[in-house]
Design a protein around this ligand. Sequence first.
Ligand SMILES: NC(=O)C1=CN([C@@H]2O[C@H](COP(=O)(O)OP(=O)(O)OC[C@H]3O[C@@H](n4cnc5c(N)ncnc54)[C@H](OP(=O)(O)O)[C@@H]3O)[C@@H](O)[C@H]2O)C=CC1
Ligand SMILES: O=C(O)[C@@H](O)[C@@H]1OC[C@H](O)[C@H]1O
Length: 493
Amino acid sequence: MTSTALFAGDGLLGSTPANFVAGTFDPDTSYGTTDVVNPSDGTVVATVPHASPEVVDRAVQAAATAQKAWEKRSHLDRAAVLEAVRVSLGDHAEELARILAVEQGKPLADALGEVGGAQNFFDFAISQKYRAVGEMVATDPGHSLQVRETPIGVVAAILPWNFPVAIFARKVAPALMAGNAIVVKPSGLTPVSALALARLLQEAGVPDGLVSVLCGNGRDTGNALITHKDVGMVTMTGSTRGGREIIKATADKIIPVSLELGGKAPFIIFEDADLDLAVQDAADARLWNSGQVCTCNEVTYVHESLHDEFVRRVAERFAAVTPTNPLTPGCTMGPLVAERERVKVQSMLDDAVAAGAVVETGGGRPEGADYADGAWLAPTLLSGVTSDMDIAREEIFGPVLPVVPFATEDEVVAAANSTDVGLTAYVYTKDLARSMRLMDELEFGEVYVNQVGPEKPQGFHTGWKTSGLGGDDGAHGYDKYLRRKTTYVRYAR
Ligand SMILES: NC(=O)C1=CN([C@@H]2O[C@H](COP(=O)(O)OP(=O)(O)OC[C@H]3O[C@@H](n4cnc5c(N)ncnc54)[C@H](OP(=O)(O)O)[C@@H]3O)[C@@H](O)[C@H]2O)C=CC1
Ligand SMILES: O=C(O)[C@@H](O)[C@@H]1OC[C@H](O)[C@H]1O
């Protein structure tokens, strides 16, 4: 198995964990540190320093200075720098993927896919290089009226741990292309990939100060960043709890806050669905990244006529999945990101069984010495679940799939819309009229019909209800990194 040493002295990480502040690496640990743990075996693979409020201030001041010069560079010039980053992501894909596999636990093949996804986010941002940045509004002779896009200034980005490279790119690429600077606070569970990306961006030609990466706790370093007087916008991906705290903390500043939060995606299979496709997609959309994707199939509603066959076939698929170390060739599923997450998911699973759910396969830590250490949880299928049970309503964010039978369309739409969240939903049916009806009636920002994700960079990943505010990707996601100025000029009497 490939070594899991991270700061081994070579490659993007070098030999010393350090925050990336205004173009230099600052290893100061006086404000505290976080141990980064490999979830496959529970070993500490790095110890990263926390950024103090003083370091946060230094990063934001440098960002504000660098941004003034950056916004004066043309879109074509900005795009050329981002293109160098996109190419470098490909050149360093293996190294970044190994870091992901070690700190986040996703299979190496999926980690390589995540780096490709990051390249796509840069590619979409680069596509804005010929963008019209404003409009002249027809007005009286001798007068001009313009509405023009301008950058916001300094953006604060708060990242989750499930896709540390892709979501870094999803926020940094459009923010920079729009002319902003950005200061990134990665999750304490997965900070190392962001530190590697900091070096990659610098080597690709991103001006010093324009991007900084600060490690530390969200409620401490993250709070110091988002409340800094010179931060003009916050973009965060993570839990609904974290999003609420960020809104409260920034309310006095009256700045834009974009939030991509939790979900509880219903996967609805009607009686006329292509069952082969539905079984395959329902299983894949649950087990991807060990179920730690905000768009995951969190509860499957299957028409009563297909229920038993669906349960039998998905149980078979789940039982055939053997979690292995993410660096093992051919690995299709790794551990959860951390022991705390395994404990949380196991507790939800035990509560569901206590409430009457039946474990069709899985149910806990896999058997065997290989799973004694680390955040391992077997793919688990639950039947005997009703839509009012917590396991059918609360986000699991792990490889556990509750299945709920339903009889009518009205019943299943009501159940799917009854939770507080509204990010992603899935509908499997061959009935075009029904699929269009469901797209209208489901209270979710993102609906997939007879297919699963991931999202497209030109789309719009947007959560309704408590799943978020605003959204990422595409033209709408790009627009949030801009503000507008309207000017009136009289040039002739
Ligand atoms: N909608 C989407 O696209 C996604 C949603 N999620 C959701 O996030 C959850 C899992 O991710 P997780 O990382 O645990 O979520 P958290 O909300 O706990 O953390 C996300 C990030 O926010 C930071 N943070 C938390 N609270 C604050 C605060 N008060 N001020 C500033 N920063 C803060 C965290 O810092 P710290 O380092 O201290 O944790 C972390 O960097 C799940 O609920 C999942 O559904 C996850 C990924 C994508
Ligand atoms: O945030 C999530 O969990 C998803 O949006 C996921 O993040 C990056 C991937 O491209 C998305 O599918």
